[in-house]
Ligand binder design. Structure first.
Ligand code: DAS
Length: 367
């Protein structure tokens, strides 16, 4: 029986030359493809239902390898390096995981061979992770967070197209300079303004103040906003190497609502010193307001050294200083464009740098 090599040797020389040239060309082409690092953390994109289409599902089950195995042709878009950082529902995200993810992403972004990073993530806290990464990563390269509103086993699963589009965006030089981007439903959002606005709708992610910065499909991104028009990270960002999850200041969010009093704040003040927050973010009604009893409780917290930031539950618009609340008199900070959940993250990191009220307000003004 002739060996394959013997059979190859007998082919006409011209045919062999063409075969080798096309093999070399395909190897060269794959070497020319951009390299994209993908970090998987879990979420609905990796979720499974007991039966396809069932309402109930479990997020954070399937592995990144499994998700990628369902995306034939992706190897023609980029050379992929996958890493399973975690497999959780993102409501369980922690500061430890944020720092680990940020450090791994920073390492891969520093590799000249890496064009960009994709992070698959649950949608519940994706906006917070994007904002945290905005504050601690310094690369111009694309970092694209994506996920899904329907589990991988659902007949209408949106994860596959989101992941294809995220890889194409991370591989695209056009996506440089935007900071971390959040991609779902064909839209690209910058980290500062984007928020999950609906419990189950596919178009849940919106940027109520700024709007999306572009759109994305498996063919790549199209930007409608230039990267240099985006606000830089406040305070020029924070030094990732200096951050220790165990030493990050505690910051709580307290909600205002009708008939609210100061019970929650007073409960925080009654905690033993090591568990008391260093800061409290008010998720206020209107433009960052609260009832007189809650304001009085927050004033007690200030007098005990807790930094108070006023944000708002409204979801759109700014919280500016000295509107209905006299921030100057109370020594409080206005969150400006940041939602309560993002204001909390900025205050946590800001308190690793300063307790000066003017410096802290400047961070929120720059955000
Ligand atoms: N619980 C959600 C989460 O993991 C599921 C999802 O939408 O990704 O954030």
């Amino acid at each position: 029986m002739n060996s394959p090599l013997t059979r190859l040797a007998r082919l006409p020389l011209a045919f062999t030359a063409v075969l080798c040239a096309s093999l070399l060309a395909s190897v060269a082409r794959s070497d020319e493809l951009p390299r994209v690092a993908i970090f998987a953390t879990g979420g609905t994109i990796a979720g499974v239902q007991a039966t396809p289409g069932a309402a109930a599902y479990k997020p954070g089950v399937l592995t990144l390898d499994h998700l990628l195995s369902k995306l034939p042709g992706l190897e023609k878009v980029a050379r992929l390096d996958g890493e399973q950082i975690a497999n959780i529902a993102s409501q369980d995200i922690t500061a430890e995981l944020w720092l680990h993810l940020a450090r791994r992403a920073a390492e891969r972004l520093a590799d000249p061979d890496v064009a960009g990073v994709v992070i698959t993530h649950g949608t519940d806290t994706m906006e917070e992770t994007a904002w945290f990464l905005r504050l601690v990563l310094r690369s111009e390269k694309p970092v694209v967070l994506t996920g899904a509103m329907l589990p991988a086993t659902d007949p209408a699963a949106d994860g596959p197209v989101n992941l294809r589009s995220a890889v194409a965006t991370a591989a695209s030089p056009a996506a440089r300079g935007y900071g971390p981007l959040l991609l779902l439903n064909g839209e690209l959002h910058s980290a500062r303004d984007v928020r999950k606005t609906a419990t189950e709708a596919i178009d849940t992610f919106q940027s109520p103040n700024d709007g999306p910065v572009g759109s994305a499909t498996p063919a790549g991104p199209v930007f409608t906003v230039s990267a240099n028009s985006l606000r830089p990270a406040p305070g020029d960002g924070f030094d990732l190497a200096a951050l220790d999850a165990a030493k990050l200041p505690r910051v709580a969010i307290v909600s205002a609502h009708g008939d609210v009093d100061g019970t929650v704040v007073d409960a925080l003040l009654a905690l033993p010193a090591e568990r008391r927050p260093a800061g409290i973010v008010l998720s206020g009604v209107g433009n960052g307001n609260a009832s007189a009893p809650l304001l009085a409780a927050l004033e007690r917290a200030s007098r005990e050294g807790i930094i108070v930031v006023r944000s708002a539950r409204a979801g759109r618009g700014l919280v500016n200083r000295n509107m209905e609340v006299d921030d100057d008199k109370l020594g409080w900070i206005a969150a400006r464009a940041l939602s309560p959940q993002k204001a909390r993250i900025l205050l946590v990191l800001g308190l690793t740098r300063t307790r000066d009220l003017a410096e802290l307000q400047r961070l929120f003004d720059e955000a």
